[in-house]
Design a protein around this ligand. Structure first.
Ligand code: SF4
Length: 347
């Protein structure tokens, strides 16, 4: 019988585990300490639980960490980790060092069903949700564990399409009994799944990032089919009803596609629709992926787009490209691993 994983359980769930195996109630907090605050990898090492209790635990549960199968390091210090998931699929995690910060970009799903035109993960299709444990494991099982300063949910998958597990992982990362990280160090990114975004804004105080990519409905629909179900204007209306500022930030991601969404008319319309929201726009260089007609904006256009937005009072920055020599576009490495796996004969 497959054992359940302890890693990824909340304090309440650990209380239920303690009751199930006959451990005292306070053992839940002890287990949380071992899981999220100490550097151990097995139930046997939970030495303040009784030997009998540990044996009872091991009958039904395992510790539940999983190591990356591959790591690639870029010349700029960025690393990309490849983690196996159930059913021989793969997810990617990026670690991006910058000055004294180490930011980890975690995946929330295996593949993705949202079908954004510019995204390699979208081309894989949806292959499954990650559990809260599999999300937090991407921080715990990398070499930089213990040095991570910031976490962004911008890897594979749409976080609000896997809302419960994402919220649970944020709870583990920010609770006193868990990693006790400040929510100000966590950013969850969405393409604008409205119900999930509302629930996230209600239940967490972590930062929000929204992928915008075009201020024009029809064009955005071509790039991001989600525009049909949740038009960006509705997403912005919801955002306007929340308080953002120093404590909690909202930012907008905008990939610059040459000759498509990088004209002055786009910048002016962006400034118009974002009017009244205290926010920042991150402009992102597009790095072409296979089988897409999209191309990158040139540097001059990128710069003047940024200047135009800044002149309209919207703080706009151009995100530095990192790890280009190691398949930095999200989904490329795992797609490669998946294709390789599928090419291998089944014995
Ligand atoms: S950009 Fe995000 S939501 Fe869109 S297909 Fe890629 S992973 Fe999914």
């Amino acid at each position: 019988m497959e054992k359940e994983r302890l890693f990824g359980k909340t304090l309440d769930e650990l209380k239920a585990v303690a009751a199930q195996v006959g451990l005292p109630k306070f053992a839940a907090k002890q287990m949380a300490d071992w899981l999220y605050k100490k550097d151990i990898r097995s139930i046997d090492e939970m030495t303040n639980l009784s030997v009998k209790g540990r044996e009872a635990l091991k009958e039904h549960f395992e510790f539940g960490l999983s190591a990356p199968t591959k790591v690639q390091a870029s010349i700029d210090g960025t690393k990309k980790y490849l983690f196996p998931t159930d059913h021989a699929k793969f997810i990617e995690t990026a670690m991006i060092p910058e000055n004294d910060r180490k930011t980890v970009c975690v995946s929330s799903q295996v593949g993705c069903k949202m079908g954004c035109l510019f995204c390699m993960t979208g081309k894989q299709g949806f292959q499954g949700h990650l559990t809260a444990g599999e999300i937090v494991n991407q921080i715990r099982s990398i070499e930089e564990n213990g040095e991570v300063s910031n976490i962004v949910y911008m890897g594979m998958g749409e976080p609000f399409d896997n809302l419960d597990n994402v919220l649970k992982s944020v709870e583990i990362l920010t609770s006193d009994w868990g990693y006790a990280m400040s929510p100000k160090r966590i950013t969850v990114s969405t393409i604008g799944i409205l119900p999930g975004m509302k629930k996230f804004l209600e239940t967490s105080t972590a930062h929000l990032a929204v992928s915008l990519h075009s201020p024009f409905d029809e064009e955005r629909k071509q790039l991001m089919p989600i525009q049909t179900a949740y038009p960006i204007q509705k997403v912005l209306d919801e955002i306007k009803s929340w308080e953002f500022g120093r404590q909690r930030r909202v930012s907008f991601e905008y990939i610059m596609f040459g000759g498509l969404n990088d004209t002055p008319a786009h910048a002016k319309e962006l400034a118009r629709i974002l009017n009244g929201i205290k926010c920042r726009i991150n402009l992102i260089r597009f790095h072409p992926i296979p089988d897409t007609p999209l191309k990158s904006s040139d540097e001059e256009t990128l710069q003047s787009f940024k200047d135009l937005l800044n002149s309209k009072g919207i703080l706009t920055t151009i995100r530095a490209s990192r790890g280009q020599d190691i398949y930095a576009a999200c989904g490329l490495l795992s797609t490669k691993a998946l294709v390789k796996k599928e090419e291998e004969p089944d014995y």
